[in-house]
Design a binder for this molecule. Structure first.
Ligand code: 6R9
Length: 667
């Protein structure tokens, strides 16, 4: 990377990374809902699509009225001055009240809210009443530590119930949380903490992963050396680490001590404006720094609760398991806010799927009688590779709905999921959405939609999606183009924290008045949507978004690296893998040791998920005469394709030398 590289945006990129789209469109298997499923479905009347299209605001107003409890009703459903949206204007609401307190008024008070399993095997069940007590105590602790409405609180923890309690405690008092995925590095933490000027950090001593303790507090300590705004740190004791976790006097407090100090204190939920900032979640884009997507309260609750109920066909006695980490948006919307607002029983698992053996997920499903499973295609492909003998060891007959999210799912994985995990009886709902959208926007309604393996099917009622060409004109059915959304929806991000201009430019300027998702898509002859992957420089590795520019900035910050370019290459399990092409400064040797050092450096800078799978050394990178790195050519080399047009290349010899090196490394 060198400063000023423009964003490359091509549909070929998208199609080539997702494989043969034409073959996809010849997919002719159809799965209509069974008569029994249709009859019992929460939504079974296809007229909902027309009704919502005719009156989208009326549609959401009805959902808001029936699903969410408001302290004060709205004056207007929507104020829309593109791209600025305000939903349920003038209303007052509290997310924690909706996710916890109100369930205490019914028999749900003793319903399991969270069934948690630690990786080493411990179990904890928190009923809604337990959750109420814990959230209140945590809210009281935050207040004592000086957190007030409007402050930002960063949360860096593994998958333990305290992460949910911490989020809800913030929401209760009107503090805005930013959850930072537990795999991110110290530098990634400080970037995020500083960007939103967080006042307090909630973390844990560590967590369990694949049988080993992973330190978290020590990473936070390193991060906080450069975070002047952080005054206090709350530390959950998760691993009982016999080594002493250093606690900084006056700054660090053990969570359990703070909770004990709170006693049985009850903290009234703040009456917050519907547009009060609920959370900031950082996500990768096309520049070197992730952007903090800001989500607000009222619309977000309506959007997530509604879609969670209808797309997963949630019943009161369901046992719902979303396997996503709370550090990503899927965890926010469909492990915490949507399901808890709906009073669901949620399974939460701390560790990896292969510990102690490759049947851990299936053992969790059997043990708790999971009925709804929501996971990522990359996980499904991994399970396929491990073999059907692992699920075969367990009784999975409790399952009735399967969901996927995070990346396009190939039909083979879809069918395997349905047949092997779902016993050929469970609908598979492929749900397309983004950190920015907050809620699912394209997905089947399982009681209505005839499913096609590999297609996310249709936009949710009221959502107007289109596939357009470079000029913003709708393309005919069967043709590829850019996915855009033409109307606002309640859980949409409101802006990028601290950078409203970037928000406008990034999402709303390419096709004025429409939201540009950054994904390629096609509709088939029946109007089904097929998502083709990203068309910009955003990679999707194991369903995690990583910006090529972010990785490139990390690479060039290594003292040996002069220049670097990063591309995604197709990967059987991960969807995409990261390949880095680096040229070294004089005096450094391009060998295996150097490649390893560079990979480790990226791990340090961003986190292990961003480490390139492959590092290639090259004397120079292929560039146009105006000095833009030609990533397309690097991709072609990586995919072993015949090279495209290279007439704009400044030095064609560079290409031959990279190609030779690549082939050499490959063999
Ligand atoms: C929820 C989430 C968003 C990007 C998005 C797209 C890809 C997500 C998908 C899908 C095809 C699906 N994506 N779901 N592609 N089919 N069902 O993943 O958010 O981490 O922000 O990623 O993920 O490319 O643009 P996020």
């Amino acid at each position: 990377m060198k400063a000023g590289n423009p964003v490359t945006m091509t549909l070929e990129t998208a199609a080539s990374t997702t494989g043969q789209i034409d073959a996809l469109l010849q997919e002719d298997r159809r799965y209509p809902p069974s008569a029994a499923f249709h009859a019992a479905a929460n939504l079974s009347d296809a007229a909902v699509y027309e009704r919502a299209a005719a009156n989208p605001e009326g549609f959401w107003e009805e959902e808001a009225r029936t699903r969410i409890t408001w302290f004060k009703p709205w004056d207007r459903v929507l104020e829309w001055d593109a791209p600025r949206a305000r939903w349920f204007v003038g209303a007052e609401v509290n997310a924690a009240y909706n996710c916890v307190d109100r369930h205490l008024q019914s028999w749900r008070r003793n319903k399991a809210a969270i069934i948690w399993e630690g990786e080493p095997g411990e179990q904890r069940v928190l009923t809604y009443r337990d959750l109420y007590r814990e959230v209140n105590r945590a809210s009281a602790a935050l207040k004592r530590m000086g957190v007030v409405k409007g402050d930002r609180v960063a949360i860096y923890m593994g998958m333990v119930p305290e992460i949910v309690i911490a989020m809800l405690a913030c929401a209760r008092i009107g503090a805005t949380h930013t959850v930072i995925f537990g795999g991110f590095s110290a530098e990634s933490i400080s970037d995020r903490v500083n960007d939103c000027s967080a006042k307090l950090v909630i973390t844990a001593d560590g967590g369990w992963r694949r049988g080993a303790r992973v330190g978290l507090k020590e990473v936070v300590d390193r991060a906080l050396a450069t975070c002047p705004t952080v005054q206090r740190v709350l530390v959950v004791n998760r691993t009982d680490d016999p080594r002493v976790v250093p606690m900084q006097d006056g700054r660090d407090v053990w969570w359990h001590r703070a909770m004990a100090d709170s006693g049985a204190e009850i903290v009234e939920p703040e009456r917050l404006d519907s547009e009060h900032p609920l959370y900031i979640l950082y996500t990768s884009g096309t520049t070197g720094k992730p952007k903090g997507m800001l989500h607000t309260t009222g619309g977000y609750l309506v959007g997530t609760a509604t879609t969670h109920d209808t797309i997963f066909d949630l019943k009161e006695d369901d046992v719902y398991w979303c396997t996503a980490d709370v550090g990503w948006v899927t965890g926010h919307s469909y492990l915490v806010y949507g399901p808890l607002a709906n009073g669901a029983t949620c399974v939460m698992y701390e560790g990896t799927p292969d510990y102690p053996d490759k049947d851990r997920f299936w053992s969790v499903i059997e043990k708790y009688g999971v009925t709804i499973l929501y996971t990522a295609p990359t996980a499904i492909r991994t399970f396929m590779k491990w073999g059907s003998e692992y699920p075969a060891k367990h009784d999975l007959s409790s399952l009735r709905i399967l969901g996927t999210v995070g990346e396009p799912i190939n039909p083979a994985a879809w069918v395997w999921y349905r047949e092997v995990i779902g016993g050929d009886r469970c609908p598979v709902v492929d749900t397309w959405w983004m950190t920015e959208t907050g809620q699912i926007l394209i997905a089947p309604l399982p009681g209505i939609t005839t499913l096609k393996p590999g297609s996310a099917t249709f936009p949710y009622p009221s959502i107007e999606a289109d596939v357009v060409d470079d000029q913003g004109n709708s393309v005919p059915l069967g043709k590829g183009g850019y996915l855009v959304l033409k109307r606002p929806w309640p859980a949409m991000a409101r802006t990028i924290w601290g950078d409203p201009e970037r928000y406008e430019k990034q999402y709303w300027s390419r096709f004025p008045g429409s939201y540009f998702a950054g994904d390629g898509a096609r509709r088939d002859e029946e109007g089904y949507f097929w998502l083709l992957g990203r068309v910009d420089d955003v990679l999707n590795v194991s369903a995690h978004r990583i910006g090529t520019m972010e990785v490139e900035s990390a690479l060039v910050s290594h003292p040996a690296v002069a220049e670097a370019a990063v591309i995604g290459i197709p990967h059987e399990i991960k969807g995409q893998a990261i390949a880095a092409f680096c040229s070294l400064r004089a005096g450094f040797t391009p060998d295996d040791q150097m490649a390893e050092a560079i990979r480790a450096h990226v791990g340090e800078k961003i986190g292990a998920i961003a480490k390139p799978d492959k590092v290639f050394f090259t004397a120079e990178l292929p560039k146009t005469r105006s000095a833009k790195i030609m990533r397309r050519l690097l991709r072609d080399i990586a995919e072993g394709k015949v090279l495209g047009d290279t007439t704009t290349l400044a030095d064609p010899a560079v290409l031959a030398s990279i190609k030779e090196q690549y082939e050499h490394t490959e063999s």
